[in-house]
Every structure is written in C-alpha cells, then in structure tokens.
Design a protein around this ligand. Structure first.
Ligand code: ZN
Length: 390
C-alpha cells in the first residue's frame, strides 16, 4: 500500500510523483537541498483529484519511506495535522495579497521534522494579481527546503511567469468504470448504485462518492434535473429560479455554520472572553473587537464563495442534461450521464430541435458568466429559466 493508492485512474501522474518523491529522499539523504524541484503545478478538470494528488505527494515527500501510507508522517499528512505541511485555500472569492504574504513568511521557516516544508496552495488560479506577484517572488527564490504545490484547473489559469517555474503534473478525468470500481470496493457501495453514481458524476470522484453515500445529494440532483420538465409557464420559471437560489443558500449555510462557530469561539477564547479577569475582558474590547470584525468579514466572503460554487454546480448539472438531449438528437452512441432520466431526455429530444438545445445550453453558460460577474442571482437565474422554457 502507498499514499498514491487513492488516486483513481491517474497511473501516469502517480508514476511521475512516486519517482520524484524517491529522488527527493535521496537529495535529503545526501545532505543537499539542491536538485529538488521546489514548485509543482497540479492541473486537471474539476473532480480529477488535484488536491488529493498534491496531498499524496506531500505525504511521500515527508515520509521516510517515500509514501508508505501507514507511518506517522503519512498519517499526519493525510488527516491534515502534519506540522511541515501548510495547506491553504482562498478565504473568500480569491487569495488576497495579505493572506499570500503571511503564507510566504511561514513557508520560509525551516522544517520542524527535518525533511521538507510543504505548502499546498489550492485553487492557485484564485490569486489576485498582486497576490500572484508575491507568490512568483517566493517561488523564484525558494528556501532550500521549501516545496510549493500549486493546484489549478489548467496551466493557462496561472501567469506564464509562475507556471514556467513549476514542474507540471497533469491529471485526467477517470473513466466511469474506474470510479464505480473504487466506490464498490473501497466504500462498499452496491454495484448498481456505484455505476449510477459514477456515471452521473462524469468522472468527478468526490461528487460520485456523495451521490453514492448521501441520499440528500441524490434528492438535490433529482430536484435540479426535474427543472426542465417543470418550466411550463412564466410563473413556473420564476418559482424554479427562486427554489434553485434558495437551495444553494441552504447548502452554503449548512456547510459554513459549523466552521464559523468553531472559529468564532476559538477567537473569543484567544482574546480572553469568558474568563473572570477584568483586564482580559478589556482586552477583548480593545484588540478583540477588531479581530472579530475581520473574522466575520472573512466568513461572509467565504459563505458567498460556497453559495456561488453550489449554484454553479447545479447549473453544470443542467448543462449535462441538455448535452444528453443533444446527443440523443444527433443519435450519438455515447454514454449518457443522466441515463436514469432517459424517458424525460427522449421526450425533450423529440419535441425540440438541436438548435433549440444549443440555445438553451448557451443560456445556462451565459447565466454562469453573469453570476461570476456579480449579477444578482435571482435575476440571472430567472432570465435563464425563461430562456429554457419550451
Ligand atoms: Zn509513510
């Protein structure tokens, strides 16, 4: 067993990474820091497991045995508690220059356990321009024992000056059978359900696992894919838009509530609230109020991001629905992600033209662009629903 076992359908990337981790171990063994690539860029479509691959590589770098998967070092990396691995995600919609500079300072420290200091930078494409410039400086002159692992959907998402300094690891969309096999063998999902989830998730392993294990996720998918059928009039379009936006809000609220509570009580504890000393309580009023306000701002911005991501994945689900309709209209012999809704798809395929289907897909893509440009969600989604109406 190795830490790379969990990467589904990524044989090529796995081969590159395990060789590199073994070589990095020799670099350390020889007492040199040179010869190691200090910046890596993991790219691949959503769901291909960029972060998982980067995390496995981090474990392989920190493990004395190049990623055995069962030692203390491997274990700490995989559960996210290794002191030499710093894993960051943008706090709001993007990485601020402040967040990035703080990270670069921490990255410059020596490893505590003697091997590497690894920084896993998720969604590196979400760095603002000034944050990206700060990052560029950091990877241009890396401390000898620091390794940066950047993740982004595609190399083009990063400034050329950054990506030209990175060694690139390309992940691909795993095949449906590979995903179904993993669900069935590792998560003990019944074969039929595993196949359904793998097909519906189109190679997105995290999504497939959610669909297989969480009935709520299956119900939400059904609700989204029931929309095209429900758009019989203007009133229905407005109602469908309202429901879709509200569902995204509820999903985001559930995901953020637990995180927020923990962070807030931790901060209050740090500033001495709840203790009996008067001086400490004054401390909360003076330094703490500002810190609390800053934390609340960050939490708000994170909630906005999660809400937007959740709405966006619902829209992508609708795109897959209309793509299936288009495939049927053209008689293409391909696997349909939404094969379980074949009757619905077939009916729409017969009662409309390919041009209409394309126009609908365009309307959804336009809605995604408008949401990314901060248009009010209700307004953008309503306009889309009206365009989807038969
Ligand atoms: Zn290990």
């Amino acid at each position: 067993m190795t830490v790379f076992d969990d990467l589904v359908g990524q044989d090529q990337a796995t081969a590159v990474l395990s060789r590199a981790a073994a070589a990095a171990g020799e670099v350390i063994g020889g007492g040199r820091g040179a010869g190691m690539t200090h910046a890596w860029l993991f790219t691949g479509p959503p769901g291909s497991g960029r972060e998982e691959a980067a995390r496995a590589f981090a474990a392989a770098l920190l493990c004395p045995d190049a990623g055995c998967g069962h030692c203390d070092q491997c274990h700490q990396v995989l559960i996210g508690s290794h002191p030499d691995l710093e894993s960051v995600r943008p706090e709001g919609l993007s990485y601020s220059v402040k967040q990035t500079r703080e990270l670069i300072l921490r990255a410059a420290g020596a490893p505590t356990q003697g091997r590497w200091r690894v920084i896993l930078f998720e969604d590196a494409d979400r760095a603002t321009e000034s944050a990206a410039n700060a990052l560029l400086k950091a990877i241009e002159e890396p401390p000898p024992r620091t390794v940066w692992l950047l993740c982004a959907p595609a190399p083009d998402d990063l400034m050329i000056t950054i990506r030209s300094r990175c060694r690139q690891v390309t992940l691909t969309t795993p095949a449906t059978e590979a995903v179904a096999h993993v669900l069935a063998t590792r998560d003990s999902v019944p074969p039929d359900l595993a196949r359904f989830a793998a097909r519906a998730a189109q190679g997105h392993i995290g999504r497939a696992r959610a669909l297989a294990l969480d009935e709520g996720a299956r119900t939400r998918r059904e609700a989204v894919l029931g929309i095209p059928r429900a758009l019989t009039g203007v009133g229905e379009c407005v109602a469908a838009a309202e429901r879709l936006v509200k569902t995204a809000e509820e999903e985001a609220a559930a995901a953020t509530a637990a995180l927020n509570d923990n962070e807030t009580s931790e901060l209050r504890r740090l500033y001495g609230e709840g203790s009996t000393g008067k001086g400490l309580n004054r401390g909360l009023v003076r330094g703490g109020a500002g810190a609390l306000k800053e934390l609340e701002d960050r939490q708000k911005s994170r909630a906005t991001r999660i809400k937007r991501d959740s709405l966006d994945s619902a829209l992508l689900e609708l795109v897959s629905y209309y793509r299936d309709v288009l495939a049927m209209q053209f008689g293409a012999a391909v696997e349909l992600p939404n094969d379980d809704l074949r009757l619905d798809l077939d009916q729409l395929a017969r009662s409309s033209t390919p041009e209409e289907t394309l126009r609908r897909i365009d309307a959804i893509m336009q809605c995604r662009e408008r949401l990314a440009a901060n248009v009010n969600p209700q307004i953008a989604v309503e306009a889309m629903m009206l365009a989807l109406r038969p």
